[in-house]
Design a protein around this ligand. Structure first.
Ligand code: PEP
Length: 247
């Protein structure tokens, strides 16, 4: 049986306090009882107001990053325990925007993932190739290195989600063809099989320009177990339409 699907909304550095609450409330009010697992990841500063709204719903909360230490002199950083304290279940780690803009390499992602798991969070570890790497036919190699380098030991389907996000598809409106996604996702499943005892049950999400009109097609691909959604998660109607299409 395929793992239970998951749709995650990454709000990135968008929204304000009022619009965060409005969006979360809209999602909660309109989510169908049959919808698969949903999680939203607001900016850190809006986690608390959103968390208070989500407490009476089945929509889960996640952070967009965390530090690898529990506490200390790390100005501007957020410990995994702080995310747990605010009701988070998930944390996105190794997003390409963090890997590129904050120079986060596989070792950094790995130590954050280890700390997140120790705190009781489920990391959503992002991997994916650049446009140049894709053109050079290196996507599988890149993803292989990122997964083996970013995943700590002792992972299983209860404490890990992987998101395949081709960087050239993020925010561009372009998505790879279905065959390409299928090849990469199968490859990821095989690598997970080398590392984890229950790889078949680990959710592997697709991310990059997921929209209501391509969600069904993406979800039909074997080894795609949901989506990590950026811009289309900023409108409740679009986010919920994606969830419906993927249910
Ligand atoms: C992302 O950045 O994780 C993402 C998938 O963005 P978008 O859906 O906007 O392409």
């Amino acid at each position: 049986m395929a793992p239970r699907s998951l749709i995650v909304g990454n709000w990135k550095m968008n929204m304000n306090c009022l619009s965060s609450k409005t969006l979360a409330a809209d999602i909660i009010q309109n989510v169908s009882s049959k919808t698969i697992e949903l999680a939203i990841c607001p900016p850190f500063v809006y986690l608390l107001p959103v968390s208070l709204l989500l407490s009476s719903s089945k929509v889960l909360l996640g952070g967009q990053d965390c530090h690898n230490y529990k506490s200390g002199a790390h100005t501007g950083d957020i410990a995994p325990e702080m995310l747990v304290d605010l009701g988070c279940t998930y944390v996105i780690l190794g997003h390409s925007e963090r890997r590129i803009c904050h120079n986060e390499n596989n070792l950094v992602v790995r130590s954050k993932a280890k700390a997140a798991i120790e705190a009781g969070l489920i990391p959503i570890i992002c991997v994916g190739e650049t446009e140049n790497e894709r053109s050079a036919g290196k996507a599988l190699e890149v993803v292989d290195k990122q997964i083996r380098g970013s995943l700590p030991e002792r992972l299983n389907s209860n404490n890990l989600v992987v998101a395949y996000e081709p960087i050239w598809a993020i925010g561009t409106g372009r998505i790879p063809n279905i065959e390409y996604i299928s090849i990469v996702h199968s490859h990821i499943r095989n690598i997970l099989g080398d590392i984890c005892y229950d790889a078949v049950n680990i959710r592997v999400l697709y991310g990059g320009s997921v929209k209501p009109d391509n969600a069904k097609k993406l979800m039909s691909v074997i080894n795609v177990n949901g989506a990590l959604v950026g811009s289309s998660s900023l409108q409740a109607a679009d986010f919920l339409a994606i969830a419906e299409e993927m249910s």
